[in-house]
Ligand binder design. Structure first.
Ligand SMILES: Nc1ncnc2c1ncn2[C@@H]1O[C@H](COP(=O)(O)OS(=O)(=O)O)[C@@H](OP(=O)(O)O)[C@H]1O
Length: 397
């Protein structure tokens, strides 16, 4: 049963003089991505086009050829680990024989560039402690490289998805964000594998690091680990996502300028500052092009962050299908917590008690005039292109 979520708002952010760090401008991207995979049906109602350079701040991107796309996934046997010719278990994986440069965040704020931990990574809410079930299994099984990764997007609802998925007996996931493919690649696959929980045959190993979606090097690196890796992207209205991102930064640094002043390069001309990570991350179509150079779209699943809140069981059904899992997580696992204003688990993984996400999830957003972004219709062409690429109309416009 879908829920609608009431949302409170409080006062506007204070105007301060300190400048919020902006991400470095990425080099202009080359040609458009390889065509998407076949199959599936498009729910896009109208032909659309959007391309343009991330850095150009143009509000009228150039037309792009239509794509056919399928969000359907490969099925994986529940009992046997998928035979993945390109998949290294990492058990024998040597350290990479080269030292890598730090990954280039396609869109990052200073926090990410400096490698500072996000509040989530520091948060005790990240359930890393072994549950009784985990402890039971801890001595058996073996550590595997992940077969499925939640690669983004930041503030999309990635923690909720991972926590919900962990309820499934055939899913084992690392709690904290490993940041291997963006920050720690030089540590090697063996190091990465060692972070993973032990799994029994038939169980899927997962992790989530939302910054991968906007990291230039991540698609090639994940493909080099295994070209069969399944990729899950939780997406959310890019305007709400930007406000959520800003709210997180504001919670750490209350003296940053207002959202409105950071959004515009020039308020009079309406020129949007796409070098600001909060804006840039939401240009999903642009980031997706990089992934499609390395993965067929059928290997990617796009989860609606909005529906994850309004109908968590419905979205979890799609995710379980995509991962080739039996549909075990259903409506029965969730309840709507009025105080939290979000769906919560009736029983968390390995526990008999109800579990909501912590206070860094579901923050009250400051009052922001959404028209500052809407008026410029900045995201509209990019959203339309994203719907076309994925075959899903997420309904943000
Ligand atoms: N069930 C449930 N409980 C709490 N929060 C939920 C839930 N489902 C989705 N969300 C939304 O998740 C948003 C945070 O997204 P992420 O977990 O991807 O953030 S992060 O990138 O890992 O920091 C978070 O964003 P904010 O509301 O802006 O805090 C929530 O809206």
């Amino acid at each position: 049963m879908p829920w609608s979520r009431p949302r409170a708002a409080h006062g506007a952010a204070p105007e301060w003089r300190q400048i919020l760090p902006r991400c470095p401008r990425p080099a202009p991207t080359a040609a458009a991505a390889a065509p998407a995979g076949e199959g599936g049906s498009s729910r896009c109602s109208s032909p659309c086009s959007a391309s343009g350079s991330i850095c150009s701040c143009t509000l009228a991107p150039a037309p792009a050829p239509p794509r056919r796309a399928a969000a359907a996934g490969l099925r994986v046997s529940r009992r046997t680990r998928p035979a993945s010719p390109g998949h290294s278990s990492g058990r024998d994986a040597p350290r990479l024989p080269f030292r890598t440069q730090p990954a280039t965040p396609l869109a990052s704020g200073k926090e990410m560039a400096e490698g500072a931990a996000s509040p989530e990574e520091q948060s005790p809410e990240v359930p890393d402690s072994p549950s009784p079930i985990s402890s039971f299994f801890s001595g058996s099984g073996s550590k595997q490289l992940p077969q499925a990764i939640i690669i983004g997007v930041k503030k999309g609802g990635t923690r909720a998805l991972l926590e919900f998925l962990r309820v499934h007996p055939d899913v084992r996931a690392v709690g904290a964000e490993p940041h291997f493919f963006d920050r720690s690649y030089d540590k090697g696959l063996a190091w990465y594998r060692d972070l993973m929980p032990r799994t029994l045959d038939g169980q899927i190993t997962m992790e989530k690091t939302p910054s991968y979606f906007v990291t230039r090097e991540a698609p090639a690196r994940i493909s080099a680990m295994s070209k069969d890796t399944k990729l899950i992207v939780v997406v959310r209205d890019p305007v709400t996502r930007a406000i959520s991102d800003y709210t997180q930064t504001l919670s750490k640094r209350p003296d940053i300028p207002t959202f409105e002043s950071l959004t515009f390069k020039n308020r009079t001309t309406g020129l949007i500052d796409t070098s600001w990570s909060a804006i840039q991350i939401g240009i999903y179509a642009k980031h997706l092009e990089h992934w499609l150079r390395h993965f067929p779209i059928r290997q990617m699943l796009f989860v609606s962050g909005e529906r994850l809140i309004s109908d968590p069981a419905g979205e979890l059904g799609r995710v379980q299908d995509f991962l080739g899992l039996k549909r075990i997580i259903t409506d029965k696992h969730f309840y709507f917590n009025k105080t939290k204003g979000f769906p919560c688990l009736k029983k968390a993984e390995g526990s008999s008690r109800p579990h909501c996400l912590g206070k860094t999830k579901g923050r009250t957003h400051p009052e922001i005039d959404r028209e500052v972004v809407r008026a410029a219709e900045f995201y509209r062409p990019f959203n339309l292109k994203f719907y076309q690429m994925t075959g899903h109309d997420f309904g943000w416009d």
